[in-house]
Design a protein around this ligand. Sequence first.
Ligand code: PAF
Length: 266
Amino acid sequence: MKILRTRKEFSAWRSQKKFNHKSIGFIPTMGALHAGHLSLVSHSRKQNDLTVVSIFVNPTQFGPKEDLKKYPRTEVADLDLLRKSKVDAVFLPRSVKEIYLLKDETKIQPRSSLTNILEGRFRPGHFEGVVTVVFKLFSIVRPARAYFGEKDYQQLQVIKAMVEDLFLPIQIIPVKTYREKSGLAMSSRNRYLDSKSFKSAADLYKVMKASNTLSEARKKLSLLGFKLQYLENWNDDLSASRAGNKGRWLVAAFYKNIRLIDNQKK
Ligand code: PAF
């Protein structure tokens, strides 16, 4: 497995003659890898000649009061997992400057109809940071396909829309949310939960699954100590919210001060 620390190194690796006409499957990550990321890797390995993972904690997608400084950084363990999963190359920029060159540089403005809702209401600027870095990473890696987990459901829709709107020749492949046995959606931020909260945080999934109405779920979750930011019902492409209870339920809640998101098709 090659570890490439600069754009130049990546480009030299990418342009070797033996890789001519080979398809690249790409998994952008912020590290702190878990089995959910590895399931994206295994999808990519089945569909492409080469699989590339990037590890970059992208500062522009964190708000001023968010967890950029304490975001888990587990580089050695991450590289070990990727080696074992037979990834071909890891793009691990050696500094933020490798990705962001100027203060005043071009940014991608995501579709506002997709970003004024749900996460976007609580994390202003977040999706602009996400699509800008994903666009930059796509330009460096030039993949045929890129893989995103459905846990970050809105992110997936925003990235799909960017690819569509900017005519990028990349296929976006959604991959089902990977869950703990308890049902808790895997997330790098789950590391912030102590072992007791890690178990009880699965109630978010369980209550969403067992409830027939949004109001029933809201009531139960708040009794269990979840502080809801939103629990809403939308159609699959997030183009309209839905009355009634059939649709895709999306939720964000704090549990013991840790922010969790999840979604389920009902
Ligand atoms: O989902 C993530 O880990 C990040 O938002 C991404 C897509 C790697 C962009 O920084």
